[in-house]
Design a protein around this ligand. Sequence first.
Ligand SMILES: Nc1ncnc2c1ncn2[C@@H]1O[C@H](COP(=O)(O)OP(=O)(O)OP(=O)(O)O)[C@@H](O)[C@H]1O
Length: 252
Amino acid sequence: MTDKILTTENVRLYYGKKEALHGINLDYDQYGITALIGPSGSGKSTYLRALNRMHDLTDNVTVNGTFLFKGADIYSPSTDKVELRKQIGMVFQQPNPFPFSIYDNVAFGLRISGMHNKAELDEIVETSLKQAAVWDEVKDTLHKSALSLSGGQQQRVSIARALATSPEILLLDEPTSALDPVSAHLVENTLLDIRDKYTLIVVTHSMSQASRISDRTAFFMNGNLIEVNNTKKIFLDPDQQETQDYISGRFG
Ligand SMILES: Nc1ncnc2c1ncn2[C@@H]1O[C@H](COP(=O)(O)OP(=O)(O)OP(=O)(O)O)[C@@H](O)[C@H]1O
């Protein structure tokens, strides 16, 4: 029995015949923030999307390797993918609210899973928006379109929408790169607020963001995991020369 919430072993992923990930081994303790860093094209997003089977939506992608979520095989044919993506939620680079109200955005996943009791929905919508640190800004306009919010507010509503279905893991693919610095800072604070209740895996291009928010950093290059360690160690004294070269800005 492992105490890891998520284990990935020997992950190889192919776009057509081209191997984009060359055998990644990486596992995760429950809670905390792991940052995935590395140059453009190093495979960070490809790897992240494999964790909740997002590639299933694309033709021509083959995923090999072992993926265990609390010991259960993520890629088992019997895995319910809707259920999986509730437990391993995803937040994208571009805030992507649905074109309906703030409330309905956050309640979306709950309604899909059959919850229609208004009091219950109200409570979870409020709790999720509070956890995502956007409640105070939207509590008086819950029935206005989510599209009327700023990009940073939309992104925190997207986080609330993901939290509403009680995930254990949240995957975040460059969650602040489309935002202005103030909004990015607010989203970072949200992630710091929730890191002790969720396991967060964040792809980021920003090394300063990785060092500000993450407990652990994994450095990817050319489809390989070069090294993973606690964030201080990676940024102050990495074991691998490639990591040192990247963090000191010699490439990427
Ligand atoms: N849909 C696709 N079809 C074919 N090749 C792809 C596809 N998506 C990504 N790739 C290739 O897979 C490799 C890894 O790309 P990926 O987007 O995972 O890197 P990344 O580290 O997330 O890059 P970035 O930081 O620029 O987002 C690259 O060589 C890329 O060209």
